[in-house]
Write a protein that binds this ligand. Structure first.
Ligand SMILES: *Cc1c(COP(=O)(O)O)cnc(C)c1O
Length: 394
């Protein structure tokens, strides 16, 4: 790994260097699960692939460098990275979690950690006063996700870190929506950064992967132990796909973010759209904090239509975005949180969080932005038609 502090854009291409033995510019895939040992008391760098593998190590060093941490860990999914990191907790501990957390993380915390007597509470992370009040004597981790899913609310990372440090808690942050190109939580004092690398980092809707990074040697030692003990490591073929995807992260994110801004601006001018949530818009409530702590608003936005019928009509008339869960891909992905990512949440709870039946989330991909806008325009125009036919039916 290069020690020179190149820009992240350059690091994405060159940080891993060439293969030492052959000069190959693409990282070799080491399928070996076991490694020859010279003698019973002489150990090489690698012994068994769960504990360490050269291909996986390249991924781990790359993400550590991008996040400006000391060590990275690659897992078989985002949830494997998140769940393994939670094993830093012990029974009797309490975790304080953003109420707008990813659904899988919500499930892990509420239905799995509780079996091991790890307590939790959810808090509105936008409000530092509420965070301060919710910290308990046994709180060991404060868990953030910013911008949040699906409403793109912003947490003041340094504000939460300050409260955590004053109360002897660790901070975890799910950085999936931003990637290290836009937000580097370790430099803001966060202890463990987590990723669903399935999304922007790999970027092509073809590999499931997770990453954890820390800037602290002691936590790194514990995570290495847990990664090896739990064993949910990323396979070498998937490591290679992730490395391949990472090379174009800068250009993908730049293009997608620019298109997201154009689309958000278009949507806010349409009367069928009640609200647009995108941290790049001047009136976004978290905009000031976002500008301070991140280098861009990213490529995910959501918008609110009147209700379910309008959503149904729009989806029927748009052709370009894939209608699916997930995000951060070359394809634009349109999803419907109330029936997809947040379907398991009781309706009242969902609506309290602003996830109404009219809310749609759009992860902007690499299609031509003007064509995406035209496509959405067609969908929105079709809503006017149902409204008109309702009037006629009356
Ligand atoms: C998708 C996602 C996860 C879970 O990652 P998987 O790779 O699907 O296990 C966690 N956090 C966020 C914000 C996500 O979008």
């Amino acid at each position: 790994m290069s020690k020179k502090p190149f820009s992240l854009q350059t690091s994405l291409i060159h940080s891993r260097g060439f293969d030492k033995e052959t000069g190959a510019v693409s990282t070799p895939i080491h399928h070996a699960t076991t490694f020859h040992q010279q003698d019973f008391d002489q150990y090489g760098t690698y012994d068994y692939s769960r504990s360490g593998n050269p291909t996986r190590e390249t991924v781990e060093e790359t993400i550590a460098e991008l996040e400006r941490g000391v060590r990275g860990f690659a897992f078989s999914s985002g949830m494997a990275a998140i769940s393994t990191s939670f094993l830093l907790l012990s029974s009797g501990d309490h975790v304080l979690v953003s109420e707008e957390v990813y659904g899988g993380t919500y499930r892990m915390i509420t239905e799995v950690l509780t079996k091991f007597d790890i307590e939790y509470s959810f808090v509105n992370m936008k409000d530092l006063h509420e965070v301060a009040c919710a910290i308990k004597h046994n709180t060991k981790v404060i868990y953030m996700e910013t911008p949040s899913n699906p409403l793109l609310n912003i947490t003041d990372i340094e504000g939460v870190v300050k409260l955590a440090k004053a109360n002897d808690c660790l901070t975890f942050l799910d950085n999936t929506f931003m990637t290290p190109l836009l937000q580097r939580p370790i430099s803001l004092g966060v202890d463990v950064v987590l990723h669903s690398a399935t999304k922007f980092l790999a970027g092509h809707s073809d590999v499931l992967a997770g990453l954890a990074v820390t800037g602290d040697e002691e936590i790194a030692g514990k995570l290495a132990f847990l990664q090896n003990s739990f064993g949910a490591v990323l396979g070498v073929q998937d490591c290679w796909l992730l490395l391949r995807g990472l090379k174009t992260l800068h250009v993908r994110l730049k293009e997608s973010s620019e298109s997201a801004y154009k689309i958000a601006s278009f949507l806010e001018g349409r009367k069928e759209v009640e609200e647009v949530y995108y941290p790049g818009l001047s009136y976004h409530p978290g905009r000031e904090i976002q500008v301070r702590q991140a280098e861009g608003p990213g490529a995910v936005l959501s918008f609110r239509l009147k209700g379910e019928e309008e959503v149904k009509q729009l989806i029927k008339h748009v052709n370009i975005p894939v209608f699916a869960v997930s995000l951060g891909a070359v394809e634009s992905i349109l999803s419907y949180p109330s029936r997809m990512s947040h379907a398991s949440m009781p309706k009242a709870e969902r609506e309290r969080r602003g996830i109404t039946d009219g809310l749609l989330r759009l992860s902007v991909g690499l299609e031509n932005a003007d064509e995406l806008i035209k496509d959405l325009q067609k969908g929105l125009d079709s809503i006017q038609q149902i409204n008109r036919s309702n009037v006629i039916n009356l």
